[in-house]
Structure formats: C-alpha cells, structure tokens
Design a binder for this molecule. Structure first.
Ligand SMILES: C[S@@+](CC[C@H](N)C(=O)[O-])C[C@H]1O[C@@H](n2cnc3c(N)ncnc32)[C@H](O)[C@@H]1O
Length: 508
C-alpha cells in the first residue's frame, strides 16, 4: 500500500470530519469486492458445436459449503458475451450470442412451483432468462435451471439435498446448454467484452430526462457510438446519449457535446425535489447531482423570506423558494438560462412571485439587490422575522464576487436585524478545503469570518477537488462601512449558522 503523504493524511482527516468547520458530508462510496470465483467448470458448448439442451448427467455426492455469491465478478465470468465481440465498433447484436452450460434439476411439472419456492435462493435469477424449460425427453417433466454460482461443480449442497428429499425429487443435477443473447447481457458485461481488455470500462452516466450524459476517456472514444447505442438498449426511457467534448469552462457553465446515439433532441424535462423543469441541455447548466444541495438551501428559507439568486440557471433554488412563498429575485447572464428560467416559472405557476434578470452577477448585486435591500431593511422592524438570503452558485468564480458587499449599503440606516445571509459556493483542491474557502471569502470581503460562518461539503467533484458552500451573515461593518448602533447587543451580534437554521426549523 502506498504511503500517505502529510497532505494526503490531513485531507483524509478533513474528509472524516476532523475540521470543526465541516458540518456534514455527502459522500458515498461503493465497496468493490475483489473476490474471484472459480470458473473452471463452466463450459462454452458453442465451441464444441453442441446445441442447447440436456447433455450430461453428473452424479455427485460430495457436499460443499457454499461460497458467498459475489454478484459482480462471478456474473462477469459466467455471463460474458462471445469473445469475438472484442474490438467491435459497430454494434452487431447477433454476435453476442453464446451458449453456456448451467445446472438443471429434472422435476415433475406438478411440483415445479413448490420447488421454485423452496429453492428460491438456488434457482437462476436473471432478467430475461427463463428459470423453467421444457424437458425434451419427457413432456411430463420440466427442467429447473439452477444458478451455477450456487451449485459449484454441479454438486448440490446439504440444504438443497434436504429440500429435494422432502419433495421426493431425485437429487440429480444435469448440465443444460443455455443460450445467452445480447438481451440477456447487462450493459457492463457488454462493454467489458467489447472494449480493450484490462482498460477501464465506464458504464456510468448522468441522466437528464431522456438524455444520458457521458464523459468518455480517450481509449473509449473509438467505441463511443456503440457505447451510446448499448446504453439506449439497456435503459428504458433513455433515447439520446451525448458525450462531453470540452471541459466545462464556458462562462455559462454549459459544455459542448456530441450526440453518440439516438435522437438529436436536447430539449428535455426533469424533475427535482418534486418540481418539474424543462431545459435545453446543450445551452444551459443542469446538474442532477445538485438536487440535495438545492433542497438543503430551500429548507433554510421560511415563507415571506427574500431570496436573491445571483447565478440562478433555470431556477432550481428560485422556483422551489417561490413555491414556499418566498419573494425571489433570480438572475442569470446566459440569455438561454434566463429564457428557460422564465419558462419554468410559468410552468410551475410562480411567474408572479419571481422577478427575473438577465445581467452580470456583479451588476445584479450592485443594482436590483442593493435597491431592494436598502428599501426593505429600512422598513424592517427589530422584531420582524423576515430573513434575506443571497445564493451564489458559480463555484469557479463566486467567491471573487464577494467584494461587492463591501460598503454596498454605506450611508443607509443601519440595522443588524436583517443582515442578509450569503450562501456562496466554491471549489477547493486544498488539504483543508473549509479553511481554504473561508480564507478566500475573508480576503474578498476584507474581514475575518472566524466564528461567524459555516462551511458545508456539497460534493466531491473530482479526485482531490471538493465543492463547498460557505454561509455567513454579511458583517454590518462590511455592508454599512460602520458597525450598527444595536451591535452593542451581543445577541444581535452573533451570526447564525446552519445549525441555528436547523434548530429554528425544529422549533417552528
Ligand atoms: C453552476 S451554474 C448554477 C445554476 C443554478 N443555480 C444551479 O444550481 O443549477 C452557474 C450559472 O451562472 C451563470 N453565470 C455565469 N457567469 C455569470 C455571471 N457573471 N453573472 C451571472 N450569471 C452567470 C451561468 O450561466 C450558469 O447558469
């Protein structure tokens, strides 16, 4: 095992929650199993020229302890398509056919159902494959196909023997030539058989409505059209597959893409947190991995609160907030996003609750946001419960916009009661991402946020690259260029954290 460097160790500690600033992580890992499975007994009868059917009777009285079934690896070995498909770039579904030998039990047709119930963990379970077939030699009998991984070397285990004894079935296992076709193989099995051996097979994709979105590596590119078609075949509802052809560095955070298979229609419908959106995936930003984060922020809002969404996209913060009866000001520089935002406001019947803007985020903050805040904060009474939230989800750049808040309301009557809470997103490749984000926000604001902010890990974007959200109330001396008179009251001075918001929610 390679040694971890000091920075890798601190990064790991951070990930496991050693940073006081880290409130919650959203990380999921899948545990990959390394267990291999003996496949020596498996026959490919196709090579011996045998047709499907019963051909060998194996009598064995040895008892085995069953190995634990390891779905992925074991299945890959048994259920792998014909080896000749390796290197195929134009999909030929016929070429995947292959015949494998599987164990079967011959039983009288009257007891088939009882046997299936009693041996349900031993019987073959695979979509598209029959578990019971006719017996070519005896019309009163049926052949029940068993899972070869549960019957190693065609030997029944003790428990199966016991079941058969009770049902008065002769415990004889035969071999049956089972024909597997393209339809019986899973996406990953097909791609593993086609792509170069030993190289990574990516069958993962994000789904946006009817579109599957891939990010293929160089070695996969020659197979891209085949990969696209297999994804369509194996995933009902997906009718278009696209591959990202440039990194996401355009101003509008959308990316160029190539349609690999299916219809070239990139206008789609999605549902997130029970709200429907429509969008043109080739022209606007949409990331299905942000649904939890959108929900988390909207949870913090109360009816009557005001939300300013500086980089709103097509509205995944703005529209649910408006549905929650907040007053929303949503902005996006991309005219396409702005148009889809308007469209989705109408679609969700909140067009009267959202004021939409199509301008640069800085101009939006200096113009409509400033105007609204100075109007609203003057009217705000101390006991009033309205909160002001400013969401800034443009992780590559948003922190650089924070300097706008410096003295934004200089000269206006000052009150700590309604200081807006900013939720600003950023990427970090730092060993301590929370510290990094806080320091960068502080540099932009020109003040310390120590004890006055919370950071939240949103997601791991790439190896060693995290997306975080820093939340803080804009300090009065930043916003008004002076402390507020009521700041002498320590209760009003303390800034609310996400924990406070959650507690408030619990209390309300
Ligand atoms: C990462 S996306 C986030 C969209 C949406 N808030 C979401 O969570 O899905 C950032 C959005 O900011 C917009 N954008 C980029 N630069 C901008 C700028 N200078 N001013 C305003 N919007 C901008 C992009 O068009 C894009 O829709």
């Amino acid at each position: 095992m390679p040694m971890q460097t000091g920075s890798a160790v601190s990064r790991t500690l951070w990930r496991f929650g050693y940073s006081a600033r880290l409130l919650k992580t959203n990380r999921f890992r899948t545990a990959a199993s390394n267990t291999s499975f003996p496949a020596v007994w498996m026959l490919s009868a196709q090579y011996s020229g045998r047709i499907p059917g019963l051909f060998v009777v194996v009598k064995k009285n040895r008892f085995f302890t069953m190995p634990e079934t390891v779905e992925d690896k074991a299945n890959l070995e048994l259920y792998s398509p014909h080896p000749e498909v390796r290197g195929m770039t134009l999909l030929n579904r016929e070429a995947f056919k292959r015949t494998v030998a599987v164990p079967v039990l011959k039983v009288k047709k009257e007891i088939v159902n009882t046997l299936l119930k009693s041996l349900k963990h031993t019987v073959l379970q695979r979509p598209g494959l029959k578990r019971v077939v006719e017996d070519p030699e005896d019309e009163d009998s049926r052949l029940v196909i068993l899972d070869p991984h549960k019957i190693p070397e065609f030997s029944l285990g003790e428990s199966e023997q016991e079941v058969l004894k009770q049902l008065n079935v002769h415990p004889e296992v035969s071999k049956y030539n089972l024909e597997l076709t393209y339809e019986n193989f899973k996406l990953e099995e097909i791609l593993r058989a086609v792509l170069p051996e030993g190289q990574e097979v990516t069958s993962g994709f994000s789904r946006v409505g009817h579109i599957a979105h891939l990010n293929l590596r160089d070695h996969q590119l020659p197979y891209r059209h085949l990969i696209g078609q297999v994804i369509i075949d194996k995933n009902p509802g997906i009718t278009c597959v696209v591959n990202k052809t440039s990194i996401i560095d355009s101003t509008y955070r959308n990316f160029q893409m190539e349609v690999l298979a299916g219809e070239s229609n990139l206008v789609t419908k999605v549902k997130e947190n029970n709200i429907a959106y429509e969008l043109d995936f080739s022209k606007v930003y949409w990331n299905p991995r942000l649904s939890t984060e959108h929900g988390r922020i909207v949870e913090l809002l109360k009816p009557g609160d005001v939300l300013f969404d500086v980089f709103a996209g097509i509205g995944p913060f703005a529209i649910p907030a408006a549905k929650k009866k907040c007053h929303v000001f949503a902005n996006d520089l991309n005219p396409e996003s702005y148009n889809w935002l308007l469209h989705n406001c109408k679609l969700n019947k909140v067009d009267n609750k959202i004021k939409a803007f199509n301008m640069d985020g800085r101009d939006f903050l200096l113009g409509p946001v400033r105007e609204e805040l100075s109007k609203e904060l003057q009217l705000l009474k101390e006991e009033q419960k309205t909160s002001f939230h400013i969401v800034m989800n443009l992780p590559a750049l948003a922190i650089e916009f924070l300097d706008v808040f410096r003295h934004l309301l200089a000269g206006e009557p000052c009150s700590t009661a309604g200081l807006p809470t900013v939720h600003c997103y950023g990427f970090s490749k730092h060993d301590d991402p929370a510290k990094d984000i806080q320091e960068r926000a502080e540099a932009s604001l020109g003040t310390s946020l120590d004890g006055r902010c919370s950071t939240y890990l949103v997601r791991n974007v790439a190896p060693n690259k995290e997306m975080l959200c820093i939340s803080f109330q804009i300090p009065a001396d930043v916003l008004y260029k002076r402390p507020c008179p009521d700041e002498a009251n320590p209760a009003s001075k303390r800034l609310r954290t996400s924990k406070d918001f959650s507690e408030e929610k619990l209390l309300s």
